[in-house]
Design a protein around this ligand. Structure first.
Ligand code: ZN
Length: 244
């Protein structure tokens, strides 16, 4: 059993009638629902307005994979909690970051680049799977059509990914590295572009499949440890060998 925490800023859904109609239980509610259909996943949710944004030491220590969506309140997000999430990822907690979360403090801290891109509202996207052998692509069609999505275009200022699994093509003419993996410390990270709040993207079965696969792939492969530390060599391997 994997413990999953789905985190959502949960502001658009409370302030915009049209977005609330699409996600009456919030984006986190929608994602938690389809993840919860997987019997190997134990899912809880957390939002910005909870004490410590719902990401206390206790919650993070008990989280195998954090799924993260934010947009409006990126500057207001606590620096201390961004640092805390970074520390847990370096110690092995998995992280799935969705859509505008690319520009979260958490991602900018973990990846170290500006994380900027080109964007434009209202386009059609065809999401191509360009790495069908990757576990995140298991059971995913060769491409998924998303009738309405926000254009995200290159240049996307990210460090070179370990794998690019999905590429987005938009009717605006832009292309984008839409599904990328990164390893930071002991933690596996998957960034996934689809999911603008004004469109019902997280109801598309193929999108749900990718996020579910990503949660499994990002789970720690070994037991979570404390963050790695510098270690003094008190006795070298050669000295041990000489004693044999
Ligand atoms: Zn958006």
């Amino acid at each position: 059993m994997l413990n999953i925490t789905v985190w959502n800023e949960y502001r658009h859904e409370q302030t915009d009638e049209n977005i609330r109609k699409i996600y009456p239980d919030g984006i986190h509610g929608c994602i938690a629902k389809f993840l919860g259909e997987d019997r190997e996943l134990q899912v809880r949710t957390a939002t910005f307005d909870m004490p410590e944004h719902g990401l206390t030491e206790e919650v993070l220590a008990d989280t195998d994979v954090l799924v993260f969506w934010n947009h409006m309140l990126q500057d207001e997000f606590s620096d201390e909690i961004a640092e805390r999430v970074q520390r847990h990822v370096l110690a092995g907690m998995g992280l799935v970051v969705l859509h505008s979360g690319h520009y979260s403090k958490i991602m900018r801290r973990l990846l170290g680049t500006t994380m900027t891109l080109r964007w434009k509202l209202g386009s059609r996207e065809r999401l191509f799977c360009i790495c069908p052998t990757h576990p995140i692509a298991r059971g995913v069609p060769a491409w998924i059509d998303i009738p309405q999505e926000e254009t995200y275009g290159e240049f996307f200022d990210i460090p070179k990914p370990d794998d690019i699994i999905f590429t987005g093509w938009f009717a605006s003419g832009d292309v984008f590295r839409s599904g990328c993996t990164f390893l930071r410390g002991l933690g596996k990270i998957f960034y996934f572009q689809p999911g603008h709040e004004e469109y019902p993207t997280y109801y598309i079965p193929g999108i749900q499949k990718i996020i579910t696969n990503a949660v499994h792939w990002c789970a720690p492969s070994a037991r979570r440890s404390a963050p790695l530390e510098n270690t003094a060599i008190r006795q070298s391997f050669e000295e041990e060998y000489d004693k044999l």
